[in-house]
Design a protein around this ligand. Sequence first.
Ligand SMILES: Cc1ncc(COP(=O)(O)O)c(C=O)c1O
Length: 376
Amino acid sequence: MTAPVPFVDLAALIRPSKQDYLAAFERVLDTGGFIGGPAVAAFETGFARYCGSPHAVAVRTGTDALVLALRALGVGPGDEVITAANSFFATAEAISHAGATPVLADVDDATLLIDAGDVARRITRRTRCVIPVHLFGQIVDMAPLQALAAANRLRVLEDSAQAHGATRTGPGGEPWRAGSIAEIAAFSFYPTKNLGALGEGGAITTRDPGLAERVQRLRDHGQAGRHEHVDVGYNARLDALQCACLSISLARLDAGNAARVRLAARYREQLAGAPGVRLVAEPAGSSPVHHLMVVRVDAARRDAVRERLAAAGIATAIHYPRPIHLQPAYAHLGQGAGSCPVAERAANEMISLPMYPDLTTAQVDRVAAALRTAVG
Ligand SMILES: Cc1ncc(COP(=O)(O)O)c(C=O)c1O
């Protein structure tokens, strides 16, 4: 039997950078500064520049980045925040941790990204903020959302956890990069992300120096100066070792993204016209970074298709099998089945195929051929 195709192989992915990571570790160990300091500042400067945003603040996780961004925006108890029903649970969880109430909106059937029309329908007088999620590495169509936000005085927070380096043409023809479009954005550096830490990590980016300062304070127990706590904050700092390693990975991010783009194009080519297989649409002007390679098949056959792929040595996953409004933790929201029909249908149809920079073209061809057979 040919070698299995894993869903992702992190050990293989970091192998080419291993010596550089070890050297970075040694540099940090020699300074003895593990919290804050030059490695953190250097990563923040580099990441802000990469995103085309004036400020980046590194925090402990992507979930913290969302919570601290919401708190910096002044979102809290009594407020409603609208986000996509098909995101990772953390997007809604962060809203709850900020003390607000999540409201889940449906998504566009072709792109699976949040549907501005459905967001508009869910705005109430308590709505304070909207969190578009750049899901699977593709940027949401931001112009209609920003118009809605302006008309309804809503704050906008981009969940960019899956979209480091993705771009989309703005209304004036300018390229918009994830993390630089709304007033504030949250990123995750979970190890499998396009930019992954060697453990947990996250960051916010913002063009507003006041928001950056607020997040800096909140990540450090709300301290404005030593032992002067002006907010009830968190211990949400990202440590120097992670930042030193992230700077190394950041220098390789574009190469990794370019490989993902090539592999996604190959998948699309190999799956073009395959009966029973639907691809996620990539609208003109959108340049996704393919954090995930998601296809859709008939819901009634999805599990059997995955089993056939597994039997052929191909690992797959589902992102995400149950929309957020149908999770037990959010039963009290009262957004039952049928409230986000597109997200609900897609949840039963999606399969995530292997996608990472060192996947080979031959492996993509094998996965695509196996998928055609499994569906057919
Ligand atoms: C869309 C999205 N939002 C938020 C998060 C939370 O990030 P983290 O796991 O770093 O807390 C993740 C990833 O895990 C994500 O994919």
